[in-house]
Design a protein around this ligand. Structure first.
Ligand code: NI
Length: 164
């Protein structure tokens, strides 16, 4: 296993759409182990493959998040989203030190494959629902500030301009 370099916010790879995994072979399994190790080493709650520069639909999340004992999800899809939303603070390993309050669906149902290729369905709420939505966004090239409301986005750009 290896700890990989996490791509930072200005890297165009983070804005690309990822491809489905067609076959879960040894190479993919090794990649997943590396992504998990990279997440753990960086104390993240989750990590998506494009964040290490691989454009494949793979996400991982910390296995001790409530109800999520699987730690990796391949080709994940949100199949249901609650209309109820909630605002919570989020960080992203591609944006070290930046925390934003983001509105997300309170509950989601996600379908995907586990590492053995078995189809699984996760019903998540609270922090796990938030992490899954954040990581699945990464697979579609969407970064967390893209989910800010109009006014919050304006404030975000002002803050960013001061930093660079
Ligand atoms: Ni992120």
């Amino acid at each position: 296993m290896a700890v990989l370099e996490i791509k930072k916010f200005n890297n165009p790879v983070l804005r690309k759409k990822c491809e489905e995994v067609k076959e879960i072979n040894g190479e993919i399994k090794k990649l997943i182990a590396d992504i998990i190790e990279t997440m753990e080493k960086n104390h993240g709650l989750g990590l998506a493959a494009p964040q290490i520069g691989i454009l494949k639909r793979i996400i991982v999340a910390r296995s001790d998040l409530a109800g999520f004992d699987i730690s990796c999800l391949i080709n994940p899809k949100i199949i249901k989203k609650s209309s109820k939303t909630e605002i919570g603070e989020e960080g992203c390993l591609s944006f070290p030190g930046l925390y934003l309050k983001i509105r997300r669906a309170k509950e989601v149902e996600v379908r995907g494959l586990d590492i053995s290729g078995k189809e699984i369905k996760i019903s998540a709420s609270g922090l796990l629902a938030r992490v899954l939505q954040h990581e699945i966004d990464h697979l579609n090239g969407i970064l967390f500030f893209g989910r800010l409301g109009f006014f919050q986005k304006w404030k975000f750009w002002k803050k960013l301009k001061k930093l660079i």
